[in-house]
Ligand binder design. Structure first.
Ligand code: AMP
Length: 137
């Protein structure tokens, strides 16, 4: 399977479509998921192309994990969370829908289920959740 540079996250990286950025460094970008399954649901991606974990380089994976660690700890503080669910899907059969490597960070609270997938979030709420994570970084 080859990398398709028309995927939506490649377009975000090129600035062709907007995103709500939480954090970025030279190698990674973290932005809010527009269909959040929990308040503060955000995504970490490498700035260089790869489809998913299967074709990622050790450097891309290491850079993403460094950012996941940083943002997840900030999200724990920002949402007074009890835990974090980290999700990552590989190929359609593995649940992947966007074919640029990404890690989902979901702040979690005891006894609170995640919301169902595929439902657009409220953009004002999403932006305020991004600000809360940024303030905790
Ligand atoms: P998956 O490939 O299954 O990990 O799912 C892709 C994720 O990307 C889903 O959680 C979508 O809600 C999210 N998503 C799709 N388009 C955008 C977008 N333009 N901005 C932010 N998140 C998106």
């Amino acid at each position: 399977m080859s990398y398709d540079d028309q995927n939506i996250f490649a377009k975000i990286l090129r600035g062709e479509i907007p995103n709500v950025t939480v954090y970025e460094d030279a190698e990674t970008l973290c932005f809010m998921d527009i269909m959040p399954r929990a308040d503060g649901h955000c995504l970490v991606i490498p700035k260089t192309p790869c489809r998913n974990m299967l074709d990622a380089s050790p450097e891309q994976l290491a850079a993403c994990m460094k950012t996941v660690n940083k943002v997840a700890n900030a999200a724990m503080t920002a949402f007074n969370a009890d835990g974090i669910t980290l999700q990552q899907f590989n190929e359609a059969a593995g649940g992947q829908e966007v074919f640029h490597l990404h890690f989902h960070i979901l702040p979690r609270h005891e006894g609170v289920a995640t919301r169902p997938p595929g439902k657009m979030g409220d953009m004002d709420a999403i932006k305020s959740h991004a600000e809360a994570i940024k303030a905790a970084l």
